[in-house]
Design a protein around this ligand. Structure first.
Ligand code: ADP
Ligand code: ZN
Ligand code: ZN
Length: 719
C-alpha cells in the first residue's frame, strides 16, 4: 500500500495519513476524497510515502484521488506552505483556503470548456452541406472565422453539444489547445519622459526578480505605465497578474483592460463572481490559457505557469489584508511569488504605506517616480479647509459647504459628501482647546468605551477612567471625535428638499450598490452621501464638489496607521472631483486646519509628510521599525476573552532577546456576531525571532483546551 499525506481544512496543525492503492508521485498536488470522522472531505495530497508513523490498521483508505484537473504545481504548494508558516495558520486551512471554494466541494466539477478549430475536411464539408442543416452549418461557419471555446459556441449554435460531438466524430473539427498567442495592445498615448523611463527600468529586469515602487500622484499615468509593461510581458509569451483592491464595483477597470488588449484572454477573479465562473477562470489561468489575470487579493493564489509580471495597484489599500480565516497580506505574498517565479513586481500608489515607502527608501525596492499629471485636462481640484471653530457645524455641515452645495444644484452638477462613520474607534477630544486623549505608555490614542466608562489603549492595553473635564483647559465639553454626523442625510434633505439624494455605505449590500452607482453615473442623483466605499476608483463625470465631513476622526484615531490612511483617502476622494471637463473643488471640514497632514495635502506632498510620520514611528517603536503580531480572542464575554489572553501570556515561551508582549485590550470592533473580541500585541525587532516565538507559542496554546476562539494575526493592520 502507498501512504498519502493529506492536507484537510480542519483546525489542526498537521497532515493526515491515508492509504491509497494507486497514488504516485505525480499525484502530489491533486485533490483527494477522504473520510474524516463521519464526514467526507476534499483534501490535498502534499506528500506520497511508503510508510506512515501510524500502524497500517489504524489508517483509512482514501476514497478516490480526483484527477479531473491537473495537480497543483510544486511552487503553489510551496507558496501555501509559506503562508501557513508565516501566518501561523494550520497547513490544511492555508492550502485549502487558497483554492476557489468550488474546488473544495465534494461534488464533481462541471466539465471544463474546450476550444475547437475547423479542419481541412470540415472546410470541404461545409461547401457541400445543404442550407437546411442550419445549426451544423452555423458551427462550421463560426469556426471557419476563428477557433472558439465551447461556452461561446453554446451561445451561438443551437444544440451545440450534439453538433460538436458529431463534427468531432466526422473529423470536421478538432480540439484545440487554448490560444496562447500574444494579443494586440492598443497604444493610446505617446508616453512622457518619466513614463518611458519607468518602463525602461522595469524592462531591464523583465526576466528576473526585482521589486519596484511606482510612486506618482493621481492622474500621473501609473496605469498607463503598467499597461505598457503588461504588453511587453505578453509579447514575451508570458502571463501577467494584476491585483487591485476592488473590481466588482468598478466596471470601468475591466472595460479598460478589454479596450487596451482586444482579443485578450482575461481571467477575472474576485469574491463577487459565481462559484462556477470563478473556478472556470481559475483553471484557464492555471493552464496557461489566460494572458492577464485581474483580481482582488484572493487572485494572488492562482497558479500561473508562465508568470512574467506582478502588479499591485493601490498597494496601500487595507483590503489586501484578509481579516478572517487565513490572515494573509496579498501585497506581501505578491513579493514572495515574484521572488519564487523570478519575475519583477510593481507596487503602485500615490500614497504608499509607510512600510513600503521605508523599504523603498532603504533600497529594498527601487523607486520609479511620476511627478506630473499625464493629461492636460485632468486638472487638480482646488482643496479648501473649512475651520469649524469659526464656521460652526449644524448636524455635521458648515455654512460654506452648504453654499457650495446650493451652487452645484443650481448648475445641475453633482456633489459628493464623504463621511467615515465606521473604521474609527471613538477618541475623546476637547472642543475648546483641541486636547485629544493619548496613551501615556505608547503614543497611540485612547479609545472611549462608554459602557464601561473607560478609556483604553488598543495597542498596549493601558486603561484609565473617562475624565470629567479636559485635563488641559478644564472645559467639561469633551466629546468623542466624529460624532454628530449621523443626521447628515436628513439635514441635507431638509435644506434641499428638491435634491435627489443617494446614500451609499457598507450597509447597502452588493448588488444594490451597483444599482445606486448606476443612478449616480446616469445623472439621476444630485447629492451622493457615502463612506470610504466611494473613495475607490469610481469615476463620476459630473461630480464637481467633494465635501469631507469628519476628517478629524481619522486625524486622531486610535490606530497609528490612521493618518497615512486618511491622507490616502483624502487624496483618492479629491481625485473624484472634476475628472472630466468640469473643474472640481474639495471642502475639508476640520478643527485643526494647521495640522501637518492638511498642510501636506494642500501642497501635494505625501512623501514629506510620510517622512515625518516615519520619524514618529521610529521614536514610538512601531512598524516598520519593529515587527508585530497579535493574538486575538473571541468569547461570549469580554472578561473571558481578556482572561484567556492573560493566561496565554503566562504560557508564552521564554524568549531570549528582544520581545515584548503588551497587555490584553478590547478590540476596536469590540463586539461582532454576539462575541466579544480582545487582542494582545506582540512586538520584536527581529522577524526570525518573532516567527520562532509565535511558532512555539502556537504549539503550546493548541495543546490546551479552551472554549475561547483564538488565532494569531501576523502583521496586523487593525487593533
Ligand atoms: P494614474 O493611474 O496615475 O491615476 P492614469 O494612468 O489613469 O493615471 O492616467 C490619467 C489620465 O491620463 C488617463 O486619462 C490617461 O489616459 C491619461 N494619460 C496617461 N498617460 C498619458 C500620456 N502619456 N499622454 C496623455 N495622456 C495620458
Ligand atoms: Zn481643553
Ligand atoms: Zn498604549
Amino acid at each position: 500500500m502507498i501512504v498519502i499525506r493529506v492536507a484537510l481544512d480542519v483546525p489542526v496543525f498537521k497532515l493526515f495519513d491515508y492509504l491509497s492503492v494507486d497514488a504516485t508521485e505525480a499525484d502530489i498536488g491533486a485533490r483527494v476524497l477522504v473520510r474524516f470522522g463521519n464526514r467526507r472531505l476534499v483534501g490535498l495530497i502534499v506528500e506520497v510515502a511508503t510508510k506512515s508513523e501510524l500502524p497500517d490498521d489504524r489508517l483509512k483508505t482514501c476514497e478516490r484521488i480526483l484527477r479531473d484537473i491537473p495537480p497543483l504545481p510544486k511552487d503553489w504548494i510551496e507558496l501555501a506552505r509559506f503562508c501557513s508558516n508565516y501566518y501561523q495558520a494550520p497547513i490544511g486551512a492555508a492550502l485549502l483556503g487558497a483554492l476557489p471554494p468550488r474546488l473544495r466541494r465534494v461534488e464533481p466539477l462541471p466539465e471544463s470548456p474546450r476550444s475547437y478549430a475547423i479542419t481541412q475536411a470540415g472546410r470541404l464539408a461545409l461547401e457541400a452541406l445543404p442550407a437546411r442543416q442550419k445549426s451544423r452549418r452555423r458551427l462550421l461557419e463560426t469556426l471557419r472565422l476563428a477557433p472558439l471555446g465551447s461556452t461561446s459556441l453554446a451561445k451561438i449554435v443551437r444544440g451545440s453539444r450534439a453538433h460538436i460531438k458529431d463534427s468531432l466524430n466526422k473529423g470536421w473539427i478538432a480540439e484545440q489547445a487554448l490560444s496562447i498567442t500574444p494579443p494586440n495592445f492598443t497604444v493610446a498615448h505617446e508616453l512622457n519622459g518619466e513614463q518611458s523611463e519607468a518602463i525602461k527600468q522595469v524592462c531591464s529586469e523583465l526576466n528576473r526578480f526585482a521589486s519596484f515602487l511606482l510612486l506618482g500622484i493621481t492622474g500621473s499615468g501609473k496605469t498607463e505605465v503598467y499597461l505598457n509593461l503588461i504588453a511587453k510581458t505578453l509579447q514575451a509569451g508570458r502571463q501577467a497578474l494584476i491585483l487591485v483592491p476592488e473590481i466588482a464595483l468598478t466596471p470601468s477597470l475591466e472595460a479598460l483592460f478589454r479596450a487596451r488588449f482586444p482579443e485578450t484572454r482575461l481571467c477575472l477573479q474576485h469574491s463577487g463572481m459565481g462559484q462556477a465562473e470563478r473556478v472556470q477562470s481559475w483553471l484557464e489561468a492555471s493552464q496557461g490559457a489566460s494572458h492577464i489575470i485581474l483580481g482582488t487579493r484572493l487572485a494572488v493564489f492562482i497558479p500561473i505557469p508562465r508568470l512574467g509580471l506582478i502588479v499591485v495597484d493601490e498597494e496601500q489599500d487595507s483590503s489586501y489584508k484578509q481579516q478572517e480565516g487565513l490572515r494573509y497580506s496579498a501585497r506581501d505574498l505578491a513579493i514572495f511569488r515574484a521572488r519564487q517565479a523570478d519575475v519583477p513586481v510593481l507596487l503602485c500608489s500615490a500614497t504608499p504605506s509607510l512600510e513600503t515607502l521605508y523599504r523603498a527608501q532603504t533600497g529594498r525596492y527601487r523607486i520609479l517616480r511620476l511627478t506630473r499629471r499625464a493629461h492636460q485636462s485632468a486638472r487638480l481640484p482646488a482643496i479648501h479647509l473649512i475651520d469649524t471653530r469659526k464656521n460652526l457645524l449644524r448636524e455635521g455641515l458648515s455654512a460654506p459647504l452648504l453654499t457650495a452645495l446650493a451652487q452645484r444644484l443650481e448648475r445641475q452638477e453633482q456633489s459628493l459628501l464623504f463621511l467615515n462613520r465606521r473604521g474609527y474607534a471613538p477618541v475623546l477630544a476637547c472642543t475648546h482647546c483641541g486636547w485629544v486623549s493619548g496613551c501615556p505608555r505608547c503614543s497611540v490614542r485612547l479609545v472611549v468605551h462608554l459602557s464601561r466608562q473607560q478609556l483604553s489603549c488598543h495597542h498596549c492595553g493601558f486603561e484609565a477612567r473617562i475624565p470629567r473635564a479636559c485635563p488641559t483647559c478644564g472645559n467639561v465639553d469633551i466629546t468623542p471625535l466624529g460624532r454628530g454626523t449621523q443626521r447628515v442625510e436628513s439635514e441635507v434633505a431638509e435644506k434641499f428638499p428638491l435634491a435627489r439624494i443617494v446614500r451609499i455605505d457598507s450597509d447597502s449590500a452588493g448588488r444594490h450598490i451597483k444599482g445606486l452607482l448606476e443612478t449616480v453615473r446616469s445623472g439621476e442623483a444630485d447629492i451622493l452621501i457615502g463612506t470610504q466605499l466611494l473613495a475607490k476608483g469610481h469615476h463620476f463625470e459630473r461630480v464637481t464638489l467633494v465635501g469631507v465631513l469628519n476628517a478629524d476622526a481619522g486625524l486622531f484615531a486610535a490606530d497609528y496607521r490612521a493618518p497615512e490612511r486618511l491622507f490616502a483617502q483624502l487624496q483618492q476622494i479629491s481625485g473624484r472631483a472634476g475628472r472630466a471637463e468640469l473643474p472640481g473643488e474639495v471642502f475639508v471640514q476640520t478643527r485643526y486646519p494647521d495640522h501637518p497632514l492638511y498642510r501636506a495635502l494642500l501642497q501635494q506632498d505625501y512623501e514629506g509628510y510620510a517622512q515625518d510620520l516615519l520619524k514618529e514611528r521610529k521614536i514610538a517603536g512601531f512598524p516598520p521599525f519593529v515587527h508585530e503580531a497579535a493574538l486575538r480572542a473571541q468569547a461570549s464575554s469580554m472578561e473571558s476573552a481578556i482572561s484567556f489572553l492573560r493566561q496565554a501570556a503566562s504560557l508564552a515561551p521564554a524568549s531570549a532577546g528582544d520581545l515584548t508582549i503588551f497587555d490584553p485590550a478590547p478590540a476596536s470592533l469590540a463586539r461582532l456576531s454576539g462575541l466579544e473580541r480582545a487582542l494582545m500585541v506582540i512586538q520584536s525587532s527581529s522577524r526570525p525571532q518573532l516567527q520562532a516565538f509565535l511558532h512555539s507559542w502556537n504549539q503550546t496554546l493548541s495543546a490546551n483546551r479552551t472554549s475561547v476562539r483564538w488565532h494569531f494575526d501576523v502583521d496586523p493592520i487593525e487593533f
